[in-house]
Design a protein around this ligand. Structure first.
Ligand code: SRM
Ligand code: SF4
Length: 573
């Protein structure tokens, strides 16, 4: 221990210990002067009982001891103290560093890159502009080889290499650039997702951007954090889908709104689906709640549902605390009645609307050049392999967005980027830009469907390296096979499935394998995921396949030939 003094209150004894034994003492922080707040502050009596019950999870105990929201003021203070040398890294409280700071969007990558943090932003609807791209570039460029960024499966950006000493400046800069990192991790509402082509799409029923921007402001207080939603029982994923493509994957969100036109009244309504999620223990698709909301009810309904989740949700075994567990416990009708009641006395929710379409709808591919609903304008969708970006890439994206489009871009849940509002006349010069040799407008049929989670390079849960391997495997497969159509391959480093292996045509999930009797990195293989309006989860078909390319490549080639019409390149020629 540096100077022998503990900076923040905790009974967690020292770095390296996994034991958490909390008491609800709220001593002032002697270094930062901050008065800690218990995570019980905004909870109902019922939730307080659950959070302090002896069966409550260790994370509940950490939160009761001191709310994660305390990090919103303590992190900037600590950053200053670390810079001044008044506080040393060794003095920091372990629960703060490894758990509570995630409530401020700072994820200590202690297992892989000690003392470096990943900073997860909030970008509602995946919208980003040139100034924001440049600001993100300026943060990571400071960290040289340790700094990079990733587009995430929630159409968001994560910055890597961050040092705690710099956190105060970065947090302020993010807010000035209309972004934020607070409430992006732990038991919070995750990045709000909508349609990546909202406002441009001739087929959309609704532009998801204004309501998601407003929801983001309300839920996270313009990036400065909203204590009311700082202590939910678990994370919660929320999205709005305005087309039959279901770009934001309502089927795997805890709360999804599906825009529909009521055939009887012609009114725009949003069917509510709930409970989709992936985890180590349970993977389920969302199910209809049986109600629909109007556009004006989207935010009040979400706020009410969050209050119900916060106040009545289970807080025991972490594997049983996602939203669906509460809904199953209460029953669907009782749950939706409780949400309606919480919206205000006398609130009636419309029943869900059934719409029968004459024609099937194939989910559209967002990459390439596409005419917008605004005449003479286009969006240009560009592949970002595995979502990985360097500072200079972000700078280039900012320049291209400004030079050829309207200075804005969209990130997608497939970890790609779309440049928008590009006039027809600007397309030839734009497409000739050297940056599009690296980030392709028309990539091969496997690269265009490639998604990868962070994996073991940075993530402590990762059982395998994912991003580099995913890119190498795809280029080898594309060099050896002719693919008649895109095939979506998703890599995920462990069963948490952040890379959404179960939605993929072919999903690869890190897991144990053996080669010549020795433990090696391996994958479970999933096949047959469907996305769009009739989704299905992929089924596990094999486990323990070594990642070594002598084993994995032939296996994938065989699957592509047997299930996706691939032909070996010699034969195709
Ligand atoms: Fe995730 C935990 C990365 C989307 C399910 N996820 C983590 C952590 C924070 C674990 C950790 O502390 O290291 C990972 C950080 C690694 C890092 O350094 O980047 C992590 N999750 C990610 C991202 C970055 C994957 C990616 O490469 O895109 C995605 C960030 C989205 C965002 O911007 O907020 C990400 N995670 C997802 C998704 C996909 C989605 O939202 O559509 C899922 C499955 C869907 C779901 O949540 O139901 C997902 N992540 C998990 C879980 C399992 C949740 C559970 O209920 O058990 C964990 C572990 C946990 O929360 O206990 C987890
Ligand atoms: Fe980490 Fe596992 Fe999520 Fe990949 S799936 S980012 S390895 S927690």
């Amino acid at each position: 221990m540096g100077n022998g003094q503990r900076v923040l209150t905790s009974s967690r004894p020292s770095r390296g210990s996994l034991k958490v034994a909390c008491t609800a003492t709220l001593e002032p922080n002697t270094k930062t002067g901050a008065t800690p707040t218990s995570g019980l502050k905004h909870l109902s009596e019922e939730a307080r009982v659950r959070a302090t019950d002896k069966k409550a999870s260790k994370f509940e105990k950490v939160k009761v001891e001191k709310c994660g929201s305390t990090m919103w003021s303590e992190v900037p203070e600590l950053a200053k103290l670390l810079r001044e040398g008044t506080t040393k890294w060794e003095d920091l409280n372990l629960d703060d560093v490894d758990i509570r700071m995630k409530f401020a969007g700072l994820f200590h990558r202690g297992k892989r890159t000690p003392q470096r943090f990943m900073m997860r932003l909030k970008l509602p609807n995946g919208e980003i502009n040139a100034a924001q791209l440049r600001y993100a570039a300026s943060i990571i460029s400071k960290y040289g080889e340790d700094g990079c960024a990733d587009i995430t499966t929630r159409a968001n950006l994560q910055l890597r290499g961050v040092k705690l000493d710099d956190a105060d400046g970065i947090i302020e800069g993010l807010i000035q650039h209309d972004m934020g990192s607070f409430q992006s991790g732990m038991d919070s509402v995750r990045n709000l997702t909508g349609s990546p082509i909202a406002g441009l799409d001739p087929h959309e029923l609704f532009d998801t951007r204004p309501v998601l921007r407003e929801m983001n402001k309300v839920l996270f207080n313009g990036g400065r954090g909203n204590e009311e939603f700082a202590n939910l029982p678990r994370k919660i994923n929320v999205c709005i889908s305005p087309t039959r493509d279901d770009f934001p994957h309502t089927q795997i969100n805890d709360l999804g709104f599906e825009a529909v036109r009521d055939p009887a009244s012609g009114q725009l309504l949003f069917n509510v689906v709930v409970g989709g999620y992936f985890s180590i223990k349970r993977n389920i698709m969302s199910v209809p709640l049986g109600v629909a909301v109007t556009e004006d009810q989207l935010i009040p309904f979400t706020l009410a549902l969050l209050r119900v989740f916060r106040d009545h949700g289970p807080r025991g075994d972490r594997q049983k605390t996602r939203l669906i567990w509460l809904i199953e416990q209460l029953g669907f009708e009782a749950f939706s009645n409780l949400v309606a009641e919480t919206m205000g006395p006398g609130t009636q929710l419309a029943p869900a609307v059934h719409v029968a379409y004459d024609e099937p709808w194939e989910r559209r591919d967002l990459l390439g050049v596409h005419a917008q609903k605004q005449q003479g304008l286009n969006w240009v969708g560009v592949s970002v392999p595995s979502g990985r970006l360097q500072a200079e890439d972000l700078e280039e994206f900012a320049r291209v967005a400004e030079q050829y489009g309207d200075g804005t871009a969209r990130l997608t849940p497939e970890e790609n980027i779309l440049f928008v509002n590009v006039p027809d006349a600007s397309l030839p010069a734009m497409l000739a830009e050297p940056i599009f040799a690296k980030f392709k407008v028309n990539p091969g049929n496997l690269e265009r469907g490639l998604v990868s989670c962070t994996g073991s390079q940075f993530c402590g849960f990762g059982l395998i390296e994912t991003k580099q391997r995913a890119m190498a495997v795809v280029s080898k497969l594309e060099a050896s096979l002719h693919l008649p159509r895109p095939v979506r391959i998703h890599w995920t480093g462990c069963p948490n499935s952040c890379g959404q292996a179960q939605v993929a045509d072919i999903g690869l999930m890190g897991g144990p394998a053996k080669l010549d009797g020795k433990a090696v990195e391996g994958v479970k293989i999933f096949l047959g995921g469907k996305i769009g309006e009739n989704p299905e989860l992929a089924a596990e078909i094999e486990a323990g396949v070594p990642c070594h390319e002598d084993y994995l490549l032939p296996k994938l080639q065989q699957l592509l030939v047997e299930h996706f019409g691939a032909t070996p390149l010699e034969a195709a020629a």
